[in-house]
Write a protein that binds this ligand. Sequence first.
Ligand code: SAM
Length: 294
Amino acid sequence: MDALHLPVLLEETMDLLAVSASGLWVDGTVGLGGHAREILRRSAPDGRLLGVDRDAQALAVARERLAGEEARVRLVQADYRAIPALLGGEAPRGVLLDLGVSSLQLDRAERGFSFKQDGPLDMRMDQGQGPTAADLVNRLPERELADLIFRFGEERASRRVARGIVWARERAPFRTTGELAACVRRSLAGPRGRHGIDPATRTFQALRIAVNGELEGLGACLRALAAALLPGGRLVVIAFHSLEDREVKQTFRDLAGPDYRLLTRKPVRTGEEEERGNPRARSARLRGLEKVAA
Ligand SMILES: C[S@@+](CC[C@H](N)C(=O)[O-])C[C@H]1O[C@@H](n2cnc3c(N)ncnc32)[C@H](O)[C@@H]1O
């Protein structure tokens, strides 16, 4: 499992969080528990971890991976936007958000995130809550679909994609990732195809962001998490797409001043070595903020 689920920017993230013994640490996207395990190692013997994820399957893997540390760990299925309410008034020394999808979500065809494998068109991180990606592509009016694909996928040919989707769904509703990927590729057929990326990439990203409300309230959430920190505590975020990173960058810049110190003027990126071993790390951008001690 370890080779497949390499935590991104592990050393850099731990250094930025400045993890040390004692206190409460929060991993708001505990995923498969890679970063969490390292936080526990570095905060031993008495540091505690609150691990949050909205994906029940990911939490089950994390629970297994963190076995033996139960006394110091509390795992909760929730949205990271609910963390302030989960703290019970205790101020954490550090909070980590490693945004985006986990390799488990991408690799399991039945979760419906990947255009590389055929599976049900789902894409929900929390499978207890709707709507699915199929609901959106089968129901949204063409104009709304085009706007969504343009905004969240930064797809310049969004109108063409939306037209292709509506044409196809009038014949048969979309059920699988394979059907949607084939439709997008057909709609964008031509000399395009920048940098050899699959033409379905942007549309899939857009739907995933929409299905999971990934950008909704991110800025407000970061502000609430920063406010909840212990003085001297740190908020560290890894973003994987530019829309998300822009929000993190802007919020941190707005907060910087007498109460908060910006720890990263420019985002920390992966080195060539990590990229070779873990191609998904290529787009990761790490940023940090510190609450100034009174
Ligand atoms: C990139 S993975 C985290 C990997 C983890 N750091 C590790 O080392 O294994 C991102 C995780 O964030 C979760 N996630 C995304 N948005 C979330 C949200 N709003 N609330 C809670 N969890 C979320 C996903 O379900 C996924 O498991």
